[in-house]
Design a protein around this ligand. Structure first.
Ligand code: PAF
Length: 278
């Protein structure tokens, strides 16, 4: 597994793959890898001839209230997991290589950034879109693999790549869950044992709401009941909403198009994020 820490060595490695006629899949990550990330690498291996994983804790997507220094980092563990997963190349740029002094360009996506995480984390999607655009152009990958866990991010990145005519296919991969249903996330390690035991209630509430909506219950009533159950279990919900799957526009009644139930709720020190199809 080749590890590249500067852009010339990444470009040389990807040029060699292209010269061999190999298609590259990129898995963008911020490290602290878990089985959800490994599923993305596996999907990349099926979709292309070689897989590159980027590990970069992107300062641009953290807002001033969020603790960038507290984001979990485990370089040695990550590299061991990637070797085990059959990853071919790891792109680990230092911040100065990603954003050299004088950098002045950011990507602002409208549309699917509106609401939800866009409201809760101002500037977050500007950081995500900017770094993903750079990662796509740096790697020249043909495929980029993203988890459905961050549904809004997936839509934002898909929109950005289409709008900027970046020749890359965005490949979504289903959320990987713990046995009790909790969506895997690098931040789950910060849950206390009690909160960890409560955390799967989020998915249960979402399934109940989605089932009620699919059965014809009024959307506001189904969502209201879900929010109440979450509060009863000690969650501080930011939102539980029915949205158009691609645009993230809120829906207060069922439609024939693709719909998604999206949720974010704080449990102790951790903000849990999840979504399911309706
Ligand atoms: O989902 C993440 O880990 C990050 O937002 C991403 C896509 C790697 C961009 O920094």
């Amino acid at each position: 597994m080749l590890i590249c820490r500067d852009l010339p060595s990444l470009r040389a490695a990807t040029a060699a793959l292209r010269a061999d006629g190999k298609r590259l899949a990129l898995v963008p990550t911020m490290g602290a890898l878990h089985d959800g990330h490994i599923a993305l690498v596996a999907a990349g291996r099926l979709a292309a001839d070689a897989v590159a994983t980027s590990i970069f804790v992107n300062p641009l997507q953290f807002n001033p209230n969020e603790d960038l220094s507290r984001y979990p980092r485990d370089e040695e563990g990550d590299l061991a997991k990637l070797r085990g997963a059959g990853c071919d190349l790891v792109w680990m740029p230092p911040v100065a290589a990603m954003y050299p002094p004088g950098s002045a360009t950011v990507i602002d996506v409208a549309g699917p950034t509106a609401g939800w995480e866009g409201d809760a984390r101002p500037g977050h999607f500007r950081g995500v879109a900017t770094v993903c655009c750079k990662l796509f152009l740096q790697s020249e990958a043909q495929v980029a693999v993203f988890g459905e866990k961050d549904w809004q991010q997936l839509q934002v990145v898909t929109r950005m790549a289409a709008d900027l005519d970046i020749p890359i296919r965005i490949l979504p991969v289903a959320t990987v869950r713990e046995a009790d249903g909790l969506a895997m996330s690098s931040r789950n390690r910060f849950l206390t044992p009690d909160d960890r035991a409560t955390a799967p209630v989020l998915l249960r509430v979402m399934i109940q709401a989605a089932t009620a909506i699919a059965a014809g219950d009024a959307v506001p009533a189904a969502l209201g009941a879900g929010l109440e159950t979450l509060r009863d279990h000690g969650f501080a919900p930011d939102y539980l909403a029915l949205v158009e799957a691609e645009t993230l526009k809120p829906l207060d009644a069922r439609t024939d198009g693709a719909m998604r139930l999206v949720a974010a709720a704080r449990l102790g020190a951790v903000r849990l994020l999840d979504n399911i199809a309706v």
